[in-house]
Design a protein around this ligand. Structure first.
Ligand code: ATP
Length: 295
């Protein structure tokens, strides 16, 4: 049995949990998105984040990376309390993660290479132009694009290539954390599977911790170590898919046991020749739906 890291509940940041969210509240006017939401992301894992549309997956990601100021709660990233550190510390911290936003969010007037150079220019203003361009081209190749893609504009690329270009930019600064917001949305199944494979490979070779928002059941089965489920304004459960399937929550059951969920599981089991074994964990601050097995 694998050794669980020590609990992140103490006040001393635990490096085994690079992202710790406690008691998060987000609201837009009267519209409460999160209430008392808690989540811990383990170092080196790919954590899939799922939930119905509008449950606040992207808002959660924005809260973690400091783009959304929470109404209440604590967000600790790589040992730093967001919103409490000095501004220069936060700027430094931002260089330690990369983000692939929905749609890629590339600058349309810049080539792919120039897009990748943007964060390099921002964080390493003294880097020579030639080194910057070389690093950018390397990141483009690392993301599975041909070398000449560096010189193309986003409009000249397919949707899948644009995603990879966005990934190249997210990797520009050699981040420890990678945030992916629906990376396979809009891709055909082959392109989506290839992107999944790339994510897994990069995570393993670069030692990344990945926070991955997705609706793609195939992605969850193929590459996620654990899955966090957002519902009822909080994370109601976190675990492997077999762990989640053991829980008696209607949304979880419908999501994973619906026709698409079963198809994704069958495809995965057929691919591996077996279904993944289960081990159970519950969300640290769930709404009571998630239970330890046997509890
Ligand atoms: N800047 C904003 N101002 C007002 N409301 C917002 C803002 N950003 C998000 N919201 C609202 O917060 C809720 C959660 O949005 P969010 O984009 O996080 O959902 P999501 O779970 O990522 O959805 P989807 O799966 O459809 O992408 C939505 O109702 C959205 O309209």
């Amino acid at each position: 049995m694998s050794q669980e890291p020590s609990s992140p509940q103490s006040t001393v940041p635990d490096p085994q949990y690079p992202i710790v969210v406690k008691g998060l509240r987000n609201a837009f006017g009267d519209h409460v998105i999160h209430e008392d939401l808690s989540l811990e992301v383990r170092k080196g894992e790919i954590l899939g984040v799922v939930g119905g549309s509008g449950t606040g997956k992207s808002v959660l990601m924005r809260s973690i990376i400091g783009l959304q100021e929470p109404a209440a709660g604590d967000v600790c990233v790589l040992g730093h309390s967001m919103g409490e550190d000095q501004e220069e510390d936060e700027v430094d911290l931002r260089s330690r993660w990369g983000v692939l936003f929905q749609g890629g969010a590339l600058f349309s007037t810049l080539t792919v290479g120039e897009n990748v150079e943007v964060p390099l220019k921002q964080f390493y203003p003294n880097m020579s132009e030639s080194l910057r361009s070389e690093v950018a081209r390397f990141k483009v190749r690392l993301s599975g694009l041909p070398d000449d893609a560096s010189f193309k504009y986003p409009s000249e690329l397919s949707g899948g290539m644009r995603k990879r270009a966005g990934l190249a930019r997210a990797l520009a600064l050699d981040p420890e954390l990678l945030f992916l917001d629906e990376p396979t949305a809009g891709l055909d199944p082959i392109g989506a599977a290839a992107f999944d494979e790339l994510t897994r490979e990069l995570k393993e070779t670069l030692g990344l911790t990945v926070f991955l928002i997705t609706h793609d059941l195939d992605t969850l089965y193929a590459i996620c170590d654990r899955v966090a489920v957002l519902a009822d304004k909080k994370v109601i459960a976190v675990g492997t898919i077999p762990e989640l399937l053991a829980l008696d929550h209607p949304w979880i059951q419908e999501y994973f046991n619906g026709p698409r969920g079963r198809a994704a599981e069958t495809a995965r089991a057929g691919h591996q020749g077996q279904v993944k074994p289960a081990a159970v964990a519950a969300a640290p601050n769930n709404a009571g739906a998630a239970q330890e097995p046997g509890a």
